[in-house]
Design a protein around this ligand. Structure first.
Ligand SMILES: *[C@@H]1O[C@H](CO)[C@@H](O)[C@H](O)[C@H]1NC(C)=O
Ligand SMILES: *[C@@H]1O[C@H](CO)[C@@H](O)[C@H](O)[C@H]1NC(C)=O
Length: 389
């Protein structure tokens, strides 16, 4: 049957390993530029030299269930055999095809695309005390795992950004990811599989802290040859022409926790260093980043956010750039109009950059001294038309 005859392309397994600690912006940007050129080279190479293989009985036609969940179009019997739930029919030429949705919880594993990993009791909350793990093994021709946090609500970090009460750790993939906690609904990450090795996701919760934990992570396998694959160096990858990006655990309201020196804590997670990339849209040559107009604390990255006149928070005048930013900061490469590519402090003006790839780096150190009540950042982005020549 032709619907099972899926031709897969075996590309190069490209496990981009990059240095985790990069203290110099120009070095960091250069590293990513080289990696992205390298990836283009690899793409050509896989296209030219690697043969086609036919892998039988891989049904990987995606579908969407009536309630909006991602599934795979299968005959009802195979869906059941795979432990999936038939959720509406799907539009292929075959008879009796169903949109098969996989939902699994603690202790599970999968090699099937579009699997949802939830807390036990989901959609009800989990009150903590246990550890819950899930493992994803790639099939042939798969290079990346995209994890969409449809819901991810865990206990806030300490005031210094350490996930000590609850922690989500993801191991086995590349690059490595710091433990996550707090509110991350709507965030996502991309990881490279390392060869055919699995990626493990583990949520550890402290039963001593009463809190309604909730998670539902959509796990999508991305083929090596797919246009959906994130470029090397991008832990996050946004594909819309405009949208918003934010730091992990960004949210309204301060962290109730205190820093080690007893001041109001930060929502920023400690020891992060990653790229947030944006896919260039057709005929778009630059990106402008700006603060959301109604979210006053949307750029509170270093400094004392509680001591400053609320009318000034967010404005460029209370922002800092360049060598003044050494602990927590973002990098927007080659900003238009010159000036430093590093930003921190309690505000930021609009920044436009035409450097490729379109990327914002975020770096945080291990504590929040002497910062007070920081939230991290949330920036709107908008791609701009190429100038007429
Ligand atoms: C950053 O790296 C560039 C290029 O390697 C070098 O010229 C510059 O001196 C470095 N700056 C710092 C502060 O290390
Ligand atoms: C996995 O599913 C997603 C949609 O949920 C799709 O974009 C992706 O191409 C699928 N991967 C493969 C290898 O079919």
């Amino acid at each position: 049957m032709s619907r099972w005859a899926v031709i897969l392309f075996l590309g190069v397994v490209h496990a981009g390993v990059r240095a985790n600690v990069l203290s110099n912006s120009s070095v960091l940007v250069e590293t990513v530029r080289q990696e992205s050129e390298q990836q283009i080279v690899d793409g050509h190479r896989s296209g030219r030299f690697f043969p086609f293989y036919t892998i039988g009985r891989i049904a990987n036609v995606p579908c969407t269930s009536p309630s909006g969940l991602s599934g795979t179009c299968l005959i009802a019997g195979e869906c059941k055999d795979n432990g999936g739930l038939a959720s509406g029919s799907c539009s292929t030429r075959t008879n009796q095809a169903v949109c098969c949705v996989y939902t699994k919880s603690c202790g599970g594993s999968t090699n099937l695309n579009s699997t949802y990993f939830t807390n036990s009791g989901y959609p009800g909350p989990y009150n903590g005390g246990g550890t819950c793990s899930f493992t994803v093994t790639p099939t042939s021709g798969i290079c990346q795992l995209r994890i969409d946090f449809r819901t991810l609500s865990l206990v806030q970090p300490t005031g210094d950004g350490a996930c000590n009460t609850d922690r989500l750790t993801i191991t086995g993939g590349s690059p490595s990811v710091v433990p996550l906690c707090g509110e991350n609904t709507g965030q996502h990450i991309y990881l490279n599989f390392v060869g055919s090795g699995p990626i493990s996701i583990r949520v550890a919760t402290d039963g001593g802290s009463s809190f309604n934990r909730l998670w539902n992570m959509e796990l999508s396998q991305i083929a090596c040859a797919s246009a959906e694959r994130a470029p090397v160096g991008c832990l996050q990858y946004y594909t819309d022409e405009s949208g918003e990006i934010s730091s992990f655990n960004y949210g309204l309201g301060a962290n109730p926790g205190l820093t080690t020196v007893g001041t109001r804590g930060s929502r920023q997670l400690a020891n992060t260093n990653y790229g947030i990339c944006i896919r260039p849209a057709a005929a778009r040559c630059s990106v402008t980043y700006s603060l959301p107009p109604t979210d006053r604390y949307a750029f509170t990255v270093t400094g004392d956010a509680s001591a400053i006149d609320p009318a000034l928070v967010g404005t460029a005048g209370v922002g800092m750039t360049g060598a003044a930013c050494t602990t927590d900061y973002i990098i927007i490469p080659n900003p238009t109009g010159g000036g430093s590519d590093r930003y921190c402090g309690l505000g930021i003006g609009d920044v436009t950059s035409s450097a490729r790839p379109f990327v914002v780096y975020t770096v945080t150190n291990g504590n929040e001294t002497p910062d007070v009540a920081n939230r991290g950042f949330r920036l709107l982005y908008e791609q701009n038309a190429c100038a007429a020549v």
